[in-house]
Design a protein around this ligand. Structure first.
Ligand code: DQA
Length: 138
């Protein structure tokens, strides 16, 4: 089973960026833990700060991967293009957020991509990604 973890803008700075909100662990380290935890899964990881690159990755993987775990970062709240890309592909996409966006500023309460996703997981720190994998496996 092939699953892509796709991270959007500023998530390359996890571990350094606002640790009070996003924690102090870098994503590469967490990704290694996921690979060890799920040795039978083909897990792929891609991060970009560029909206078009995220769209290209959804197009590239979205017809033969079994699922995509997607943290679109701030593009979550703005991007109709990402919503359209998710609608255009076949693989189920789970929207994830590290923080509980609903406890934060009002502009984070609205997601432009949720309606195109299979489901949404937020607020469990990095564990949100594992929970999304579990949802894809269920
Ligand atoms: C985030 C929440 C977004 O509002 C924010 O812009 C991010 C990270 C999260 O994982 O909690 O960059 O997606």
């Amino acid at each position: 089973m092939k699953i892509l973890i796709l991270n959007g803008p500023n998530l390359n700075l996890l571990g350094k960026r606002e640790p009070g909100v996003y924690g102090s662990r870098g994503f590469d380290d967490y990704f290694e833990e996921l690979q060890k935890r799920y040795p039978n899964l083909e897990l792929a990881y891609f991060q970009s700060n560029v909206e078009g690159e995220l769209i290209n990755k959804l197009h590239e993987c979205g017809f033969d991967f079994d699922g995509i775990v997607f943290n679109a970062g701030a593009y979550t709240h703005t991007s109709i293009a990402l919503q359209d890309a998710i609608r255009a592909i076949k693989s189920p996409v789970i929207e994830v957020h590290i923080s509980n966006v609903h406890q934060r500023e009002e502009f984070r309460h609205k997601s432009m991509i949720s309606s195109a996703c299979k489901g949404v997981i937020c607020g469990f720190g990095l564990d949100s990604y594992r929970l999304a994998i579990e949802a894809l496996l269920a």
